[in-house]
Design a protein around this ligand. Structure first.
Ligand SMILES: Cc1cc2nc3c(=O)[nH]c(=O)nc-3n(C[C@H](O)[C@H](O)[C@H](O)COP(=O)(O)OP(=O)(O)OC[C@H]3O[C@@H](n4cnc5c(N)ncnc54)[C@H](O)[C@@H]3O)c2cc1C
Length: 393
């Protein structure tokens, strides 16, 4: 009888698991079901462009039906409420109860507000296409309000967090807002864009020379970086900093931290600070019928003490390993160990500028070559998941 494989999450880890498992398992060997809270697979690495208004939602939200419908994968749009690994059950907010022979948990991460007073209530995040739409609409509405009232807080944007997400977002604002302001009859020099980072520098994954390049490029286009200062409190229209400075702003976007998904951290599988611990074959260290892919797992290099950073490229590769290992779980054989391949890191600084390190020897890229490479890496991913045709719906 066909085994029941249940995949939770239709992001990078979940989608790649489903696509790979189906390559190795026929429909008579396994029923594969994927449950995701959205009907779309979202290209999170490009969300800053939707938030800035340089691309449409269709470019970052691909219908799962288009990607998986012809692969004999059942798609359920629902939200996971509880995982009961000892009973082999998953319960959703709609009240449905799903059972499984093998479970894949690929539910990603959640925003970490680090307990900063007022931050969660008063900031927006960039984790989904709807978040990106909300940010774009909010920024435009505040600029309209600024035009009407002249209240500077409406023309001030504060992005908390100087990692890839925060920097790519301010890069998009720096590129797009001059045009938006022109269309509204606002002088762009009235707009203030702050990027606040508690650490000593933005983009700590990059070498110093590329960080300096990013700062120089974005400051020239109107971004102010405040580094080495933590946000200590946020209200509806102010951001307080550890330095004592208070910025009056009606637009606060928090990109400064992620934590494990609480549904995973609290379900009873072994975890480390909210992220599931895994074996070298990406099975839960406590439940061998539960596999993990993506940000909700913590993966250490062999013999290493620091876990790999949560990234899309890792989630994608974990999904492929898990997809294959599911076929071994069903049919027997030796499972693959997860061995990540790092192709590099690319960051966009707006449409025509970027930085990156690529290849085994960390070749540095900057300017147009880096942005073209970032574009190419997105196209490569889309083509890998057969997403290019899904874009044209
Ligand atoms: C704005 C932004 C930019 C980024 N840029 C880069 C980059 O340039 N390069 C890079 O490598 N990484 C980047 N990252 C990190 C990367 O996006 C993540 O590491 C990657 O998405 C992890 O994949 P995942 O499959 O674990 O989770 P996700 O892709 O987040 O997928 C999780 C899925 O589970 C669903 N889900 C979550 N909870 C529930 C629930 N309770 N019920 C049902 N469904 C649920 C979500 O809706 C989502 O579809 C970026 C992250 C952000 C936020």
């Amino acid at each position: 009888m066909a085994k029941q494989i249940l995949i939770l999450g239709g992001g990078y880890g979940g989608l790649l698991t489903a696509l790979t498992a189906r390559k190795h398992l026929t429909a008579s060997e396994a029923n594969i079901t994927i449950i995701n809270r959205f009907p779309t697979h979202q290209i999170i690495t490009e969300l800053h462009r939707l938030a800035g208004g340089t691309i449409k939602e269709q470019a970052v939200a691909l219908p799962l039906q288009r990607l998986l419908g012809n692969k004999q994968v059942n798609i359920v749009v629902d939200t996971i409420k509880e995982i009961k690994p000892d009973d082999k059950k998953v319960i959703t907010t709609s009240g449905a109860v799903h059972t499984y022979d093998a479970l894949v948990v690929a539910l990603g991460s959640e925003t970490n507000y680090f307990g900063i007073p007022g931050l969660e209530e008063n900031s927006m995040v960039l984790k989904s296409a709807s978040d990106a739409n909300r940010i774009r609409e909010h920024v435009e509405a505040r600029l309209d309000a600024y035009k009407a009232s002249g209240n500077k807080a409406d023309a001030t944007i504060v992005v908390g967090g100087g990692g890839l997400t925060g920097v790519e977002l301010v890069g998009e604002f720096a590129d797009k807002l001059p045009e938006v302001c022109r269309s509204k009859g606002i002088d762009f020099s009235d707009v203030s864009i702050f990027c606040v980072e508690a650490g000593p520098a933005i983009l700590p994954v990059f070498p110093k020379v590329l960080i300096e390049r990013a700062v120089e490029s974005l400051e020239k286009r109107g971004v102010t970086f405040l580094t080495g200062v933590a946000i200590t409190e946020a209200t509806k229209n102010t951001v307080s900093l550890k330095s004592g400075q208070t910025i009056e702003s009606n637009t606060i976007i928090w990109t400064g931290g992620v934590k494990g998904n609480p549904v995973v951290g609290s379900c009873g599988i072994a975890e480390d600070r909210g992220r599931a611990t895994v074996t070298s074959t990406l099975q839960s260290t406590s439940h061998s019928d539960v596999f993990l892919a993506g940000d909700c797992a913590v993966v250490f290099p062999e013999g290493g003490e620091r876990p790999y950073p949560p990234t899309a490229q890792l989630a994608w590769q974990m999904g492929e390993t898990v997809g294959y290992n599911l076929s071994v779980q069903v049919k027997g054989g030796a499972m693959d160990k997860f061995v990540p391949v790092f192709s590099g890191t690319l960051g966009s600084l707006g449409r025509k500028d970027g930085i990156g390190t690529i290849g085994g020897n960390n070749t540095q890229l900057k300017g147009l070559p880096a942005s073209l490479m970032k574009e190419a890496s997105n196209i490569r991913y889309l083509s890998h998941i057969n997403g290019l045709s899904a874009l044209a719906y």
